[in-house]
Design a protein around this ligand. Structure first.
Ligand code: 5GP
Length: 205
């Protein structure tokens, strides 16, 4: 039996550019992992293709999938359902191939609860990292603007704590390179590699 693949979850706050980074990652042509196409009830945007960008389904169909236990995770986002069909993920992982999800934060936390050995990558907006420098900088922002930014940043940092890696999306190509580096390193983690060697050492310690 092939060693089970690794599940990679890219998530982060809304508007951070998850979709753009994910597309750029797969456009490199150097991806030896599979993208799990999500299911959604939202309308296709211009140029989006069913079965490529998403599986576009009705609300009824989505809810039936939920009832039948066919979703690995799902969330409601701006009045629409988004979710990961379980079958494709399981079958691909069983073949020993790694699977990549790009999902919002509520869904990512469901995956974390169900698949603790997945790799969780949090994409952060560059201003979250720059915020502290700016705040102690020249002080040109009005107090209420600063307070709003701090509130948003606190929420994002709280979310980040639940992840394994933080990738700043300062430049798409840089973010892609960082994610590739994470995946390469994660594959070398002893707990992932050890099962390959366990047969060699047998029952002896
Ligand atoms: P959009 O409508 O812009 O394509 O996606 C809206 C949000 O839904 C994005 O944050 C995207 O990451 C998220 N999303 C896409 N697919 C899934 C999914 O399968 N599950 C969850 N939980 N979120 C998803």
């Amino acid at each position: 039996m092939a060693k089970r693949g690794m599940l990679i979850v890219l998530s982060g706050p809304s508007g951070v550019g998850k979709g753009t980074v994910r597309k750029a990652l797969f456009e490199t042509g150097a991806t030896d992992f599979s993208y799990s196409i999500s299911m959604t009830t939202r309308q296709p945007r211009e140029g989006e293709v069913n079965g490529v960008d998403y599986y576009f389904v009705s609300k009824e169909e989505f809810e039936e999938n939920i009832r039948n236990g066919e979703m690995l995770e799902y969330a409601k986002y701006v009045d629409n359902y988004y979710g990961t069909p379980l079958k494709y993920v399981n079958e691909t992982l069983d073949q020993g191939k790694d699977v990549f999800l790009e999902i919002e934060v509520n869904g990512a936390m469901q995956v974390r609860a169900n698949c603790p050995d997945a790799v969780f990558v949090f994409l952060t907006p560059p201003d979250l990292m720059e915020l502290k420098h700016r705040l102690i900088g020249r002080g040109t922002d009005a107090m209420d603007v600063i307070n709003k930014r701090i509130k948003k940043a606190v929420g994002e940092i709280r979310m980040m704590r639940n992840y394994d890696y933080a990738v700043v999306n300062d430049e798409v190509s840089q973010a892609v390179a960082r994610i590739q580096m994470i995946i390469r390193s994660e594959r070398l983690r002893v707990t992932r590699v050890m099962p390959d060697y366990e047969q060699m050492i047998g029952d002896e310690n």
